[in-house]
Design a protein. Structure first.
Ligand SMILES: Nc1cc2c(nn1)-c1ccccc1CC2
Length: 293
């Protein structure tokens, strides 16, 4: 995908803000020629090498390259890219169902059946990425968007590949990034990191989906890091009383200190909790669909 040097406003009507990150703002936009709705992600370019603000051209190109070379139903699609001297604009597929984070906040926690409907899609998208040695490195409920609110069962898309990297097998990769609550111990220890870091985050996300609680969250960042480094978490009966042993085993196999011993995405698809699930989502207007994953 080439970076168009035209002005994005000549081709899209830019409207309300629908999201924002550290150096990016996402606005709803309508393509003038087709009246189709997209999401425009405006990324501030870093001006000087020494500056801490904005994103380097190299990091922006990495995100664009990854998005341009992936195509999966659960990964947000990139349509085109515009560049001006101060920013790069990614024209992305519009998803209007909001973050899984907010969906969960309204419900406090999900039934195992509902969590499995989401996890099947998260694991499917992550299996596609990991097959291509692409690590997301920022998996969290805020970066999982619902396609739309009214659909049932809910379809999701993985978004924000700003920290994603293609990991060359055998090559060492180290970096300190991600959101404290969800980062794997090897990231905190500044050891080499790879695909297993995403698997740790999936374990944290599953714990949150089923309980509404965050397993390692402390009163501040350093306490959270302490809890992660010690893998200090438990299944408090107050929140996990009705949770099946299979679900707890699924989580436990991701939250393992040694990345080499951690469950891979591919293996997790065969875990009895995911594989064995006869998932049916009660929906008011149709007979009960029974899903055989
Ligand atoms: N960092 C973010 C953040 C967001 C998005 N993308 N990247 C997004 C993409 C498509 C539709 C809506 C959004 C809003 C949140």
């Amino acid at each position: 995908v080439q970076f168009r040097q035209d002005n994005v406003e000549d081709f899209y009507d830019i409207t309300e803000e629908i999201g924002s990150g550290q150096f990016a703002v996402v606005r709803k936009c309508v393509e003038k020629a087709t009246n189709k709705v997209f999401a425009a992600k405006f990324i501030k370019k870093r001006r000087a090498r020494s500056s801490r603000r904005g994103v380097t051209k190299e990091d922006i190109e990495r995100e664009v390259n990854i998005l341009s070379n992936v195509e999966h139903d659960n990964i947000l699609n990139l349509y085109e890219v515009f560049e001006s001297n101060s920013e790069v604009v990614l024209v992305l597929e519009m998803v209007a169902g909001g973050e899984l984070f907010d969906f969960l906040a309204e419900r406090e926690c999900l039934s195992e059946a509902e969590a499995i409907v989401f996890l099947n899609q998260i694991l499917s998208g992550m299996d596609y990425l990991h097959d291509r040695n692409i690590a997301h490195f920022d998996l969290k409920p805020e970066n999982i968007m619902l396609y739309n609110k009214c659909e049932d069962p809910h379809r999701i898309k993985l978004i924000d590949f700003g920290l994603a990297h293609q990991i060359e097998p055998g090559k060492e990769y180290k970096n300190m990034h991600g959101t404290p609550e969800f980062v794997a111990p090897e990231i905190i220890a500044f050891e080499s990191i790879g695909l297993p870091a995403d698997c740790w985050s999936i374990g944290v996300i599953t714990y949150i989906l089923l309980s509404g609680c965050s397993p390692f969250l402390g009163d501040d960042k350093s306490e959270t890091f302490e809890n992660i480094t010690r893998v200090d978490y438990d299944f408090d009966d107050e929140y996990f009383d009705g949770t099946s042993d299979l679900a707890k085993d699924f989580i436990q196999q991701f939250l393992i200190r040694d990345p080499r011993k951690r469950l891979t995405v591919k293996d997790s698809l065969s875990h009895p909790w995911i594989k064995g699930a006869e998932v049916s989502i009660p929906s008011w207007n149709t007979i009960e669909p029974v899903y055989q994953p």
